[in-house]
Design a binder for this molecule. Structure first.
Ligand code: HEC
Length: 125
């Protein structure tokens, strides 16, 4: 590899890890949110989902941040992307990834709704 190539490689590596670092780590609040939707889901499973997301989904493009895309149908994205991946993603791995992404996006959506309703309440005379 020439010098430029080495620098480009380093830069790319930096970008990829910066994205993973920006990705939300699930908290116990996410854990209870998920357990309401899928009874028996634990925080540890969400953490595993995050790890799998970084590992399995970061190869072709930068990681999409679920907290920034609460509008996206994450369940459908995971289904479509799992079919597209060249390294096979097992159904239970896809499940863990889906739960992590749907939970973070759902929690972000609810937080947004809460803050806009309190703003409008504050705006009342
Ligand atoms: C084989 C390469 C590849 C892998 C692996 C891959 N993706 Fe993608 N992804 C793409 C391409 C190409 C696009 C560009 C948009 C399109 O064609 O849908 C994309 C787009 C997306 C989008 C954007 C959709 C939108 O509406 O903005 C999301 C979200 C996404 N991928 C999530 C994932 C997830 C989750 C995984 C892991 C389960 C994953 N990707 C793995 C190739 C890949």
């Amino acid at each position: 590899m020439n010098r430029t190539g080495a620098w480009a490689g380093l830069l790319l590596l930096g970008l990829v890890s910066a994205c993973a670092a920006q990705l939300v780590r699930p908290t116990s609040l996410h854990g209870s949110w998920a357990a309401e939707r899928w009874p028996g889901t634990t925080l540890a499973e969400l953490e595993r989902g995050r790890e799998l997301y970084v590992r399995r989904c970061g190869g072709c493009h930068a990681l999409q941040l679920p907290a920034r895309r609460p509008d996206l149908d994450w369940e459908r994205s995971v289904r479509e992307m799992t079919a597209r991946s060249r390294t096979p993603i097992a159904p239970e791995e896809a499940d863990a990834i889906t739960r992590f992404l749907v939970t973070v996006a759902g929690a972000a959506r609810e937080a947004e709704a809460d803050s806009s309703s309190s703003t409008s309440a504050a705006a009342l005379p």
